[in-house]
Design a protein around this ligand. Sequence first.
Ligand code: ZN
Length: 71
Amino acid sequence: MRTGGFPCRLVGCVRTFQVLDQKSMTALAQASTARTDHEVADHDYHHVRLADEHAYMPHPRSRQKPAGGTP
Ligand SMILES: [Zn+2]
C-alpha cells in the first residue's frame, strides 16, 4: 500500500507527489501545492475545495456516533 503521496486528481493521470517527510506539515503542504500546481499547469484543472477540506489529515479521526442512535 502506497501512502504519503498526493495523487493527481485527474482521471487517468498517474502522477503522485510524495511527501518527503511524513511528520512535517510543511512537507505535506508542499506536496499538496506541487500537486495543485501540476493540475493547473498540465491539465488547466482547478480543484474546488470543499468547505471542510481545509487541511489534509494524515490520521483521520473516526467520528463519534451520536449517543442513543441505535436504530
Ligand atoms: Zn495530472
